[in-house]
Design a protein around this ligand. Structure first.
Ligand SMILES: NC(=O)C1=CN([C@@H]2O[C@H](COP(=O)(O)OP(=O)(O)OC[C@H]3O[C@@H](n4cnc5c(N)ncnc54)[C@H](OP(=O)(O)O)[C@@H]3O)[C@@H](O)[C@H]2O)C=CC1
Ligand SMILES: CC1=C(/C=C/C(C)=C/C=C/C(C)=C/C=O)C(C)(C)CCC1
Length: 287
């Protein structure tokens, strides 16, 4: 938060990502497409993933017009095996990913009791579980080189909640927790060349939350965000290697209410060691 405040007044040094290989999920969607164009402008080569092949190809066409090398893959992020298989193909056909933008997201958009179970499950699989499989697929190489960047596009609804989006809030709170724990793990392991950035936007005018309205008096103070503004702000945070960005800054307020632990990065290491010892003694219990 301090760094976010400082960055408001100071101009942080932005890193160069020319020639890096950047993978973006949900690249056929509104924010994914804009991320692809912004990363292309910075000189990154792109790998674009989406389940919507036509929309993904359209993003690729726009990126190629900028003269950038781009590869597209049709993937269903709700399927772990599909993620691992496609990751293997990327490694064999394109190379090692050094920047990963986990942007794809879905919402059921129904009241909990009216919502088919499969739709609730899908939100958790795409918005949260996919983060595990993506990271397991691409982090090992980043670790070998102590170089990389993992971006998690979560949401303001990963920091506070509202009614009737139980699936979405659960998945985005999960994404925030995932990002935080992964960041601590990288710090604890002294992997200071691998950066993480969490992006928490308020409602963005992309259609995903079309119809969502806040109280009339507040609408002019905090209108939905422009997609391009959202992505440009996110890019600044990524290139400045900022760990987190809330867009707009007002969204830091609910986050501020949370506690933080001084020097807590290594507290789980003995716990992990304990489990490792138990499992090596054949004590693993899966159900
Ligand atoms: N829009 C908003 O108000 C906000 C959005 N966000 C987050 O930003 C991210 C991008 O949102 P936005 O651009 O608005 O959404 P879009 O729906 O425009 O884009 C999401 C993309 O992800 C794809 N996708 C969905 N499911 C899968 C899947 N199983 N496998 C692979 N790809 C999939 C979609 O394909 P298809 O179109 O075929 O479903 C679509 O191309 C999301 O994570 C969202 O939660 C955060 C805050 C606010
Ligand atoms: C908490 C809060 C508000 C409501 C926020 C809402 C409704 C956010 C919705 C975000 C979405 C839909 C994100 C999608 O990913 C107000 C009224 C602005 C006032 C300030 C505090």
């Amino acid at each position: 938060i301090l760094s976010a405040i400082l960055q408001t007044f100071l101009r942080p040094r932005l890193k160069c990502i020319d020639g890096e290989l950047c993978l973006i999920t949900g690249a056929g969607g509104a924010l994914g497409r804009l991320f692809a164009l912004e990363f292309a402008k910075e000189g990154a080569h792109l790998v674009l993933w989406d389940c919507n092949a036509a929309a993904n190809e359209q993003t690729a066409r726009l990126v190629r017009e900028l003269g950038v090398r781009v590869h597209t893959y049709t993937v269903d992020l709700s399927k772990r095996r599909n993620i691992y298989e496609t990751a293997n193909r990327v490694r064999a056909e394109v190379g090692h990913v050094s920047i990963m933008v986990n942007n794809a997201g879905v919402v059921a958009g129904r009241r909990l009791l009216d919502c088919p179970d499969e739709l609730l499950e899908r939100t958790l699989l795409v918005n949260c579980h996919a983060l595990f499989w993506m990271t397991k697929a691409f982090l090992p190489r980043m670790k070998e080189q102590n170089h990389g960047h993992i971006v998690t596009v979560a949401s303001a609804l990963g920091l506070f909640s509202t009614a009737c989006v139980e699936d979405y809030c659960a998945s985005k709170f999960g994404a925030v927790g995932f990002h935080e724990s992964l960041t601590h793990e990288l710090i604890a392991e002294d992997l200071n060349g691998i950066k993480t950035t969490l992006v928490c936007p308020y409602i963005v005018d992309t259609g995903m939350f079309a119809g969502c309205e806040i109280r009339k008096e507040l609408r002019s103070i905090i209108p939905p965000l422009e997609p391009l503004y959202t992505v440009q702000q996110s890019m600044k945070a990524i290139l400045a290697e900022q760990q987190m960005i809330c867009i707009p800054r007002l969204m830091y307020i609910p986050f501020l209410a949370r506690a933080c632990f001084y020097q807590g990065d290594k507290c789980m290491l003995p716990f992990i060691k304990n489990i490792e010892m138990k499992t090596s003694n054949g004590h693993t219990k899966l159900c």
